[in-house]
Design a protein around this ligand. Sequence first.
Ligand code: CA2
Length: 146
Amino acid sequence: MKILIVNGPNINLLGTREPEIYGTLTLDSIVEKLSAYAGDIGVEPEFFQSNIEGEIVDKIQWARDFCDGIVINPAAYTHTSVAIRDAISAVKLPAVEVHISNIHQREEFRRHSFIAPVCIGQIAGFGFDSYKLGLEAVVDYIKSKK
Ligand code: CA2
């Protein structure tokens, strides 16, 4: 089983600022730890990070032919992007939205997600474990449909 794991804008800067919100997590550590976990559960991960909305749309479209599901932290695009929402909806792959921080506990504008309605679920507030739980959830969902 192959799962696309997408990280949106500024996730590449994690670990450099705002440790009170995002901890000491870096993009490299997310990739390293999630690769190990994916290996443990027999999943092949495809990692992708971009600061560019259209590149994220292109990668989601690519996944239609090459992946079984998607785990996505759309970062700030969560709160703005109809294009990413439409791409997830169009490819018809099960997707889980994940966030490092609890977006519902922060500024009002972060509470709304354009992406969540086209996902099977949303996981927020568990740091790195949000990715791990998101991967586990999408894999279980795919298995349950087979
Ligand atoms: O909690 C999350 O995972 C977020 O998706 C992170 C986004 C934020 O815009 C979402 O509302 C919630 C931000 C990603 C990285 O932002 C940084 C900000 C300062 C320094 C480094 C990274």
